[in-house]
Design a protein around this ligand. Structure first.
Ligand SMILES: [Zn+2]
Ligand SMILES: [Zn+2]
Length: 167
C-alpha cells in the first residue's frame, strides 16, 4: 500500500513532526468525540501533550502575568502614612498620600492607595513600579516561573564555570 507521502509526492516528515501530528489528531478526535473519553484517558492524554510545544500554551514572556493570589494580596501590610512617608506619591495616581492615610505596602516597599493597587493586582501580579512579583493562584504560571528560575540558575552556573576556567 502506498503511503500518504508517496501519493502526495512530498518528503516524509521528521519523527517529532509525526508525533506532533498524532497528538493533534488525538486532540481532534477528542474534540469530536467529547464525552466519550474517561477522565483517566483524558488525563493521560493531557499529560502526554506538551501544549507549549504545540503552540497552544501560554507564552508567559509575552503575556501579562496572571492576577496576584487573593491570600497574597490580603496579607500585604497596610501602613498608616505619617511624617515623611506622607510626602510619598502613589505611583499609580501620582498623588501624595494624605497624613494618616492608609496605604498598601508591596514586598518591594513601594506604597500605593488600596483603590489604586487592588484593581491592578486583580489583573496582574507585579508591582506597577518595579515589577516585583507576588505569588499567583495560576499553576501553569507558577510552573513557568520555577522553570525560568531553574534556567537562570543553570545559566549562572555555566557562566561561573566558564569564568573559573578562563580567568
Ligand atoms: Zn493612588
Ligand atoms: Zn515595587
Amino acid at each position: 500500500m502506498a503511503s500518504y507521502f508517496d501519493e502526495h509526492d512530498c518528503e516524509p516528515s521528521a519523527p517529532e513532526r509525526e508525533a506532533r501530528t498524532n497528538i493533534l489528531l488525538e486532540i481532534a478526535r477528542w474534540v469530536r468525540g467529547a464525552g466519550r473519553w474517561t477522565p483517566g484517558e483524558l488525563r493521560s492524554l493531557f499529560i502526554s501533550v506538551d501544549f507549549e510545544d504545540l503552540g497552544l500554551g501560554v507564552d508567559w514572556d509575552h503575556h501579562l502575568p496572571p492576577p496576584a493570589a487573593k491570600t497574597a494580596v490580603e496579607s500585604l501590610p497596610r501602613t498608616v502614612m505619617r511624617g515623611c512617608r506622607s510626602e510619598l506619591k502613589c505611583p499609580v495616581c501620582l498623588l501624595e498620600f494624605e497624613e494618616e492615610e492608609t496605604a498598601i505596602e508591596m514586598p518591594c516597599h513601594h506604597f500605593f492607595h488600596s483603590n489604586c493597587i487592588l484593581p491592578w493586582l486583580s489583573k496582574t501580579n507585579s508591582c506597577p513600579l518595579c515589577r516585583h512579583e507576588l505569588p499567583t493562584d495560576d499553576d501553569t504560571y507558577e510552573e513557568h516561573k520555577r522553570d525560568k528560575a531553574r534556567k537562570q540558575q543553570e545559566k549562572h552556573r555555566l557562566e561561573s564555570l566558564h569564568g573559573a576556567m578562563y580567568t
